[in-house]
Design a protein around this ligand. Structure first.
Ligand code: GLA
Length: 731
């Protein structure tokens, strides 16, 4: 068999602009830490490299020679490089980036590269690739933006139907990324209600590994992110590529090794049968895919956090995050002025700064069987409306927050009785209920308008500071006019949020979905806090919060102190452990503060004080997860951007195998700076050994380099205990 020379016109790349360098055949994007190389050969564009920064003076000719592919036997007569938009028409045997047709015709489009150009609006860091199949009437535009600071590559893809009839789209990948040959392993996250963000490992083999979410929301089950890397990659070692799809509907992420040894990863929104038909002249946009290359998981997370802070999250997330007190586990549906007013007082007394009235305040909502959709205050419970409560909350120096679940309706509601046609449904089938509720069709402008009006009236009337935006069921029969409508539903949710956040820019919105079933960069463009999980059990929260931290920064993680006996698990834990785990995120109370006695308040006060004293630097801090030999020892910390302050939480999930825990070797400190190290409190674990390490009683002052090498001997820690260690630059 004969091989064709792949690279025809070659030049040496000259560093003309700092961000982008292009020749006919090679296009380059650089950030502070990464380089992306795109190769255009004839009609095909392939991603030659996305990884650690390459030298500026690359000899293109020699590079292309070194990467030129051999031509395999028993295959096409020319090598098939992994294109950025791989298609079966190129001879690609994996999942094509586009699966579309016109009633069966044009089933195998061939997208040829028309141009690769710097984006006029952002010529330093965005390349625009245009591909076309003029026979099939398709135009695809892919924007590659490489963020200079975080090195996150964001990919946005648009598909335009230039034909004269409808185009049925079954799959449009947001991006396809070839993996370095040495990558052999990947990490995904699965979960369930009360147990989200659980990590699992897979090997990248010669069979497709597909993570598919069809829940109609981001879901507990499958997180829209994947980390691929070298064998046994861990927190601080191994090159990894982290991917996250910024989307809250259905999606698919997959990885596969082809017979020629090349592996790739691909992600995009998943469509139900017949869901997407593009009318002639119209365009669809795939959800944004974010990709970052890093050395180890810690660095990957830090880069995603940085990117989210600067490009995704609402501006208010950078302000000091208040301590919440949420009424849910204190009262459930038992709302009354007699119980709420003392609860407000007790919450304020323990340090809460924002009181959140959870489910149960609106018309007919005495339990979870009725009321959703009737978003006005129930006068049977609040005869004078919410005003007396809100006034009481403000009198106690707190902000006021309110729970909504806008996308839902109970059949037992006034709204449903008036507008049964407003639900997602398929004529002739009964939609199964989940928590006795159905889903409103947010593709309908009248539904969005109704919800906007209900919410905005209350926001204005009470100057509501914060909304807990809940969404408590999977979508089954998500039909609108007889056709599948998850994409339009998801866009409808975004549109409603967009309208509200434009009208009320200071309004803070939290994304909750039966706990953490809607956490992704898509929803976080409008919301800036995530209710991580319905479980407040600090022991289960260790893994949940750890998984969450892979992609999201800690200051947006709702992390509350619960009751001594956790409602979801029945596990009893000490107040110290609950408070230490809560310190990992945005602190709050998910308990009946009225039951806290003087001793409890005293025990809590150092944690509350620490949170308030340090939070000014939380939203610019660097998160570090400390790897430990004993998997039941959890250590993680946040270090201020100037590396002057740091807070470390150390928690034992179960009894450790050794009497003395392994040494705690710090991370992320400045080697030359001298730090004073001390425990926040020690008395609660002092009794478990005959003697404490000296630093635990006297403190110690050491250089960052010493703390990051010789480390710190930990005190004896029994199962489910905690220790908070402070490490601040010595005066
Ligand atoms: C969901 C949320 C909870 C709470 C309840 C109220 O389950 O995750 O935090 O708000 O709804 O019904």
């Amino acid at each position: 068999m004969q091989c064709r020379q792949r690279w025809m016109t070659l030049e040496t790349i000259c560093p003309d602009t700092p961000g982008i360098m292009s020749t006919d055949s090679l296009h380059r994007l650089d950030s502070s830490e990464s380089t992306l190389l795109l190769c255009r050969s004839a009609d095909t564009v392939s991603l030659l490299w996305f990884g650690p920064a390459l030298p500026r003076d690359l000899d293109v000719q020699e590079l292309l020679k070194s990467l030129d592919l051999p031509c395999e036997q028993a295959k096409l007569d020319q090598p098939v490089p992994l294109s950025l938009v791989p298609m079966s028409s190129d001879g690609f045997l994996g999942r094509p980036a586009l699966a579309a047709h016109r009633d069966g015709k044009h089933f195998a489009p061939r997208l040829s590269c028309v141009s690769i150009k710097p984006a006029p609006a952002d010529p330093q860091s965005t390349l625009v690739i245009t591909l076309e199949d003029s026979l099939a009437g398709l135009l695809m535009t892919t924007n590659l933006h490489l963020d200079d600071t975080s090195s996150v590559l964001s990919i946005s893809t648009e598909l335009q139907n230039n034909g004269t009839d409808g185009l049925h789209v079954e799959w449009l990948a947001s991006g396809t990324i070839p993996l370095p040959d040495q990558f052999s392993e990947c990490l995904s996250m699965h979960g369930r209600w009360g147990f989200e963000f659980q990590q699992q490992r897979h090997s990248i083999d010669n069979a497709q590994l597909t993570i598919e979410n069809v829940a109609g929301r981001t879901s507990h089950e499958h997180f829209p992110g994947l980390v691929c890397g070298e064998r046994s990659f861990c927190e601080d070692n191994g090159v990894v590529l982290g991917l996250h799809l910024a989307y809250s509907g259905n999606y698919r992420l997959l990885t596969e090794r082809l017979a020629n040894g090349k592996a790739y990863v691909q992600a995009g929104a998943a469509f139900l049968p017949g869901e997407i038909t593009l009318d002639p002249g119209t365009t669809m946009t795939a959800p944004m895919l974010c990709v970052v290359c890093a050395s180890g998981l810690n660095q990957m997370s830090q880069r995603f956090h940085d990117y989210a802070r600067r490009h995704i999250l609402p501006a208010w997330t950078r302000a000091e995050r208040p301590i919440h007190a949420n009424s849910w586990e204190a009262l459930y549906f038992e709302h009354s002025t007699e119980s709420l007013l003392p609860l407000v007082e007790a919450a304020a007394a323990v340090g809460a700064e924002r009181f959140v009235l959870d489910d149960g305040w609106f018309q007919g909502r005495r339990n979870d069987k009725s009321g959703l959709g009737d978003w006005w205050v129930d006068k049977d419970v609040y005869p004078e409306g919410l005003k007396p409560l809100v006034t009481h909350v403000r009198k106690h120096g707190m902000q006021f927050g309110l729970w909504f679940e806008p996308e839902m309706v109970n059949p037992d509601s006034i709204l449903y009785r008036e507008h049964p046609e407003w639900t997602l449904h398929v004529e002739g089938y009964e939609t199964p209920l989940a928590r006795d509720q159905l889903v409103l069709n947010l593709d309908l402008a009248e539904v969005r308008d109704y919800l906007y009006d209900c919410i905005s009236v209350l926001v204005k009337e009470h100057s509501i500071d914060y909304i807990k935006w809940d969404m408590n069921r999977d979508l089954v029969f998500p039909g609108s006019n007889g056709r599948a409508s998850v994409v339009r539903q998801t866009e409808g949710v975004y549109a409603l949020l967009q309208k509200l956040t434009t009208e009320f820019p200071a309004l803070e919105i939290e994304s909750c979905s039966s706990g953490g079933a809607r956490a992704d960069f898509g929803i976080l463009l409008y919301t800036g806090r995530v209710w991580t999980s319905d479980t407040i059990d600090p022991i289960d929260r260790l893994n949940i919060q750890r998984g969450f931290s892979l992609f999201f920064p800690p200051e947006i993680m709702g992390s509350h102190i619960g009751h001594d006996v956790a409602h979801l698990t029945g596990r009893s834990t000490s107040l110290h452990t609950r408070a230490a785990v809560s310190l990992q995120g945005q602190m709050g109370f998910e308990l009946d503060a009225r039951v806290l006695n003087e001793q409890d308040r005293e025990a809590l006060s150092p944690y509350i004080r620490l949170y308030k004293d340090s939070r000014a630097w939380h939203s610019s801090s660097t998160l570090w997860r400390v790897p430990t030999r004993d998997s039941d020892l959890f250590i993680q910390g946040r270090v201020s951007a100037q590396q002057e302050n740091s807070i470390w939480t150390i928690v034992t999930r179960a009894s450790l195998a050794s009497t003395i825990p392994e040494r705690f070797v710090f991370k992320g400190l400045a080697p030359q700076k001298r730090y004073h190290v001390q425990p926040l409190q020690i008395e609660h674990i002092a009794g478990y050994a005959k003697k404490l390490p000296t630093w635990a009683t006297e403190g110690t002052t050491l250089s960052g380099s010493s703390l990051m090498s010789t480390g710190l001997v930990l005190p004896v820690m029994p199962a489910q205990s905690s220790l908070v260690v402070l490490c601040d630059v010595a005066p």
